[in-house]
Design a binder for this molecule. Structure first.
Ligand SMILES: CC(C)(COP(=O)(O)OP(=O)(O)OC[C@H]1O[C@@H](n2cnc3c(N)ncnc32)[C@H](O)[C@@H]1OP(=O)(O)O)[C@@H](O)C(=O)NCCC(=O)NCCS
Length: 164
């Protein structure tokens, strides 16, 4: 998928290539670094490596938002169970609040439809209230609260958007 920048969408959204896995891993570390030591269990995003990202490009797609040749953000999307699942949404700390996350999620929705899904799901840590508000603002509804393996209390909530 290649969605060119336009006046209403100033970012180029495109699929990542395997040779970009190192740059994407570094971006994810910068974006999720603020959670280091603050979440239990630790954010799985911090465990991503170029190898895990290359594997994710085989089972699904990693979309990038780019401006003037510079990667500003990324998100992964793949089919999971009976819906499309998005993860690792990450925007460069200095580029937040200008619509990169929104543009990436709009592209994820298009991709989800392409793979035949009418529902898009994300898992969000219960503790990250700002992120829950972010996804609610983009049309996601909170569903079941779940526990990570080895935890007896819920740690994350499934959020879902019906694609029309
Ligand atoms: C969450 C994140 C992806 C948002 O990206 P972003 O590019 O700053 O978001 P956008 O600028 O596209 O904002 C989209 C909308 O959400 C709102 N929003 C953005 N951040 C928000 C927040 N923390 N709380 C509530 N609303 C928020 C914006 O106001 C905007 O709405 P508007 O267009 O009506 O003003 C980014 O902060 C990030 O990378 N965080 C660290 C990694 C992370 O937590 N990823 C998500 C894991 S679940």
């Amino acid at each position: 998928m290649r969605k060119p920048a336009t006046e209403s969408n100033p970012f180029l959204i495109r699929a990542a290539r395997p040779d970009e896995a190192e740059a994407i891993a570094a971006l994810i570390q910068r974006a999720f670094g603020e959670y280091r030591g603050k979440l239990r269990p630790e954010s799985g995003a911090l465990l991503e490596t170029p190898e895990t990202l290359k594997a994710a490009m085989k089972t699904g797609t990693i979309l990038l938002a780019e401006r003037a040749g510079r990667i500003l953000g990324c998100v992964s999307v793949r089919r999971r169970d009976d819906c499309a699942y998005a993860g690792r949404l990450a925007v460069e700390p200095m580029e937040r609040g200008i619509g990169v996350g929104r543009a990436l999620l709009a592209a994820v929705e298009a991709q989800a439809r392409q793979i035949g899904s009418d529902r898009l799901r994300v898992d969000v840590r219960l503790k990250l209230r700002d992120n829950r508000a972010f996804f609610r603002a983009l049309g996601f509804k909170e569903g079941a609260e779940r526990c990570h393996a080895g935890f007896s209390r819920p740690t994350y909530v499934e959020m879902e958007k019906t694609l029309i």
